[in-house]
Design a protein around this ligand. Structure first.
Ligand SMILES: C[S@@+](CC[C@H](N)C(=O)[O-])C[C@H]1O[C@@H](n2cnc3c(N)ncnc32)[C@H](O)[C@@H]1O
Length: 241
């Protein structure tokens, strides 16, 4: 790593001037936190709880989990917890986090209270997935595009490797991202497919993949849904040949 300057990405550069200077990283955190809080204060900004498109999208995600049950599940970017509530029958324990305090308050209020669900306000870029892991399933749905938008690629890639390290041997990651050719540049298919490949490059194996196609408010979307597995390491027999 030395010589390429990559480690500088983790150093907190102080903004110049001002009495209470914020680091670049703190500024980005504030920007996305405020942006998402403003959205969730309006209610359900993506109509996740009311639209047939979102209901069918989440149903398709669940179908890919093939009825398995997971001991420890991490959900990244859970928002108001619609998908979390659907995941509840498939997990013994869930940590569901989101950067938006407003989103998490709504999730707690709507929680069915069955499984052990720990809703937390956290920025995934500052969260240490290994500290609470290992995870049997990580669900990462329609959130990656905001990280790619605001954080350096190096930091996003570092998150991917941290998630891999925090996945139980034999455990899984479900990555799902909407793709579109409309005004939203964050959803461009070539970008979304790059995120998909990143998780292969850090070590996961693709177990299943689907492209869910449907229209939402007359706009066509495709959702790339990838279920990855962290294959158990083969035990060495000790044979030398
Ligand atoms: C489009 S919603 C997706 C909700 C849900 N995962 C789903 O698939 O229906 C994106 C969510 O990601 C959250 N988010 C964005 N950036 C985040 C970050 N850095 N850390 C944690 N959550 C983040 C937003 O607050 C928002 O609730």
């Amino acid at each position: 790593m030395s010589g390429c300057g990559a480690t500088r990405s983790f150093k907190n550069h102080k903004e110049e001037g001002g009495e209470n200077p914020m680091t670049e990283r703190e500024l980005v955190d504030k920007k996305i936190r405020t942006f998402m809080d403003n959205l969730w204060e309006r209610g359900d900004p993506w109509d996740i709880e009311s639209s047939a498109y979102e209901r069918d999208r989440c149903a398709q995600l669940l179908k890919m989990l093939a009825g398995r049950r997971y001991a420890r599940m991490l959900e990244i970017g859970c928002g108001a917890g619609y998908l979390t509530r659907l995941l509840v029958p498939h997990a013994d324990q869930i940590v569901a986090l989101d950067i938006s305090q407003t989103g998490i308050e709504r999730a707690r209020a709507l929680s069915t209270g069955q499984t052990d669900v720990d809703f937390r306000v956290a920025n995934i870029m500052d969260y240490k997935p290994q500290a609470d892991g290992p995870w049997d399933l990580i669900v990462f749905s329609d959130t990656m595009c905001y990280l790619g938008w605001l954080y350096p690629f190096f930091d996003v890639a570092y998150l991917a490797v941290q998630l891999f390290d925090a996945t139980h041997s034999g455990g899984r990651l479900m990555l799902s991202n909407s793709m579109g050719e409309n005004d939203d540049w964050l959803l461009r298919p070539w970008l979304i497919r790059t995120y998909r490949d990143l998780f292969v490059n850090v070590g996961y194996t693709i177990e299943a993949e689907e492209v869910y196609k449907a229209a939402k408010k007359s706009v066509d979307f495709e959702v790339l849904m990838t279920l990855y597995r962290k294959l158990p390491e083969e035990k060495s027999t000790g044979d030398v040949s």
